[in-house]
Write a new protein. Structure first.
Length: 589
């Protein structure tokens, strides 16, 4: 279809004259329809703007790309951006500046603020109450509308003994996290989570509403919400406020693709909110996937929508393939053999799993995240930058880790206070482009392959000791020696043995949401090692709507031509029975 050749359902979304909720199956062309509506509405509203908001920068970038040469539509008073950036710009910033007499400084998460961690001290005895453990992370807490913290997650790496001690001090830890939250806000540091909380507080405050309601009314005629199923209570509260301001709300999504409940997405609340919108639409044509993959999607979906394969693959007869495995390293070779039979190669495939460790191991990649070695971070970044098989997201992640270690080196022994990563960088006079270029040079100038861990560590220290730090005060040689020590032999060989990229590209299901691939290999691991396996199969068999089931649905729906289910042999019969019961065409290998 061309950009102007819309289906009847897509045209209904473009031309609707009131607020609406459109349920769109995977591959329904919802982005094209939304962008078409956005461009149309911007020409119809000469004085007010149209907003188009989504939840990820990748989705926003795709919208901007699809706007093509129509740059006028991307200018004020129109707005294209993430939901967080919308809240920050039009609600939080004006009210924060008014209340705190200073502009907020936004950071993505608590990890981006060096003081997003703390320790538990007994001041009377001057001792750490949890000695030997890593610092407690602000990200382990959820915060309510009053900034009160609740400890909700502690990673296994913290250790059983440390976790038990922390839980015995839970009330004290939550009080300290609450105080840290307030201190960060007063200092001007606002994370995305804190921004949503502040937005909710002010949207509920009659005095604050009187300040921002006229501003929003004057700015926007309509706001289009992409991936509406990912809305949480905060977003729904704001959307309700927009409607009260007389601003149209266009919501497009698929409740069955709601896989961010750990980020406070509330699919049931979204359904209830959407049901009150005047117009209800359904986009059921899947222009992405083959009939067998669409049948898989229909078999996993909890909602009533039944999609139809309608695109260039609608005549493809390739079934879903069930590949049994006993060990994860068996998956990639079997998948490549099946791909070759279907005239696909490794670059056409994507290995997906709920937990990254499974897809990484299936792709032959050792997890470098398990070590805290700053030297190994440099080695890992260099390897991934050189290998073409790693995607941009993976490369950026490794570079950011090295950047943080450089800042840690430059602030060693100094008091950072409640300051964000960006603020510390600015106070040190470090330009973000200089830091990125410095880290790239550091990573690619040292080659970890066929080099011993001690030699590489010495080379890294030499590079840092002899670098031109420009206007930045050079770090002390002793600080460099302390921070950049050689990693263990096991950790070193685990990373450096990967001389090339992975056998097949890999990712988590959450990491590829919104993307599509010619072939997908979906890993269903052994249950004793993955609680999610039992959860998803139980839910599928019993017809329960759970996030684990929706994750499986999102993964399968990324595939265009070939879907392979790599199932541990202990679950193969169970999955085969489910595919048969749901009338999914499949072959077992």
């Amino acid at each position: 279809m061309s950009e102007i050749d819309l289906t009847e359902d897509q045209r209904a979304l473009v031309d609707a004259a009131d607020s609406l909720f459109a349920v769109a199956c995977p591959g329904a062309g919802k982005t094209r329809a939304m962008v078409t509506r956005f461009l149309k509405r911007t020409t119809e509203e000469p004085r007010k703007g149209i907003g188009l908001i989504s939840f990820t920068n990748a989705a926003v970038d795709e919208v901007r790309r699809r706007c093509g040469g129509d740059t006028e539509s991307l200018k004020a008073p129109n707005f294209v951006g993430t939901f967080d950036s919308f809240l920050h710009r039009f609600i939080v910033t004006p009210l924060f500046t008014k209340h705190y007499k200073k502009p907020p400084r936004y950071v993505q998460s608590w990890k981006d603020a060096p003081t997003g961690t703390f320790r538990m001290y007994d001041n009377s005895q001057r001792r750490d109450l949890i000695p030997g453990s890593e610092p407690i992370q602000m990200g382990w807490f959820d915060f309510d509308q009053n900034g009160r913290a609740t400890l909700v997650r502690v990673p296994t790496r913290f250790g059983k003994a440390a976790t038990a001690t922390l839980m015995s001090l839970r009330a004290q830890a939550e009080e300290k996290a609450s105080n840290r939250f307030g201190q960060l806000i007063r200092e001007g540091t606002v994370t995305c989570e804190a921004g949503r909380i502040l937005a909710c507080i002010w949207v509920r405050d009659p005095k604050a509403r009187k300040v921002i309601a006229p501003l929003l009314k004057a700015r926007f005629a309509e706001v289009i919400v992409d991936e509406a199923q990912d809305c949480g209570e905060e977003e729904l509260l704001v959307l309700g406020f927009l409607r009260e301001c007389g601003i149209g709300v266009i919501m497009v999504g698929d409740i069955d693709q709601s896989i961010y409940e750990f980020r406070s997405a509330t699919p049931r609340a979204v359904q209830e909110f959407a049901a009150d919108l005047p117009i209800q639409l359904v986009l059921r044509d899947n222009f992405r996937s083959s009939p067998a993959i669409s049948a898989f999607n229909n078999g996993l979906r909890s909602g009533s929508l039944v999609e139809v394969s309608s695109g260039k693959h609608d005549a493809l007869s390739t079934p879903v393939h069930l590949l049994e495995f006993s060990n994860l390293d068996e998956i990639a070779p079997a998948a490549l053999r099946m791909a070759e039979k279907n005239k696909l190669d490794a670059s056409d495939l994507m290995l997906l799993s709920h937990a990254e460790v499974h897809s990484m191991k299936a792709a032959g990649v050792t997890d470098a995240e398990s070590t805290k070695s700053k030297v190994l971070e440099i080695a890992d970044a260099g390897i991934k930058l050189r290998a073409t098989e790693f995607d941009a997201r993976t490369r950026l992640k490794t570079l950011e880790k090295v950047e943080r270690s450089i800042l840690k080196l430059l602030t060693n022994g100094t008091e950072t206070g409640h300051k964000s990563f960006e603020l510390i960088r600015e106070e040190l006079g470090i330009d973000s482009r200089w830091l990125r270029e410095f880290v790239v040079r550091l990573s690619v100038s040292l080659n970890a392959i066929q080099t011993t861990r001690t030699t590489f560590a010495a080379e890294a220290r030499d590079f840092l000791n002899n670098s031109d730090w420009g206007s930045v005060k050079p770090p002390k040689a002793q600080d460099i020696s302390n921070l950049y020590k050689a990693p263990s032999e096991n950790a070193w060989s685990g990373v450096t043995d990967l001389k090339e990229g992975p056998a097949v590209p890999y990712a988590t299901v959450h990491g590829v949401k919104g993307l599509e691939f010619r072939g997908v290999v979906l890993i269903i691991p052994e249950a004793p090692k993955s609680k999610a396996t039992d959860e998803v199969l139980d839910a599928w068999e019993r017809g329960l709507d759970t996030e684990a089931r929706r994750v499986l649905y999102v993964a399968g729906s990324r595939a265009e031509e070939l879907l392979m289910l790599a199932v541990h042999t202990t679950h193969a019969d169970r999955v085969a029975a489910l595919l048969g019961a749901k009338s999914v065409p499949y072959e077992r290998t």
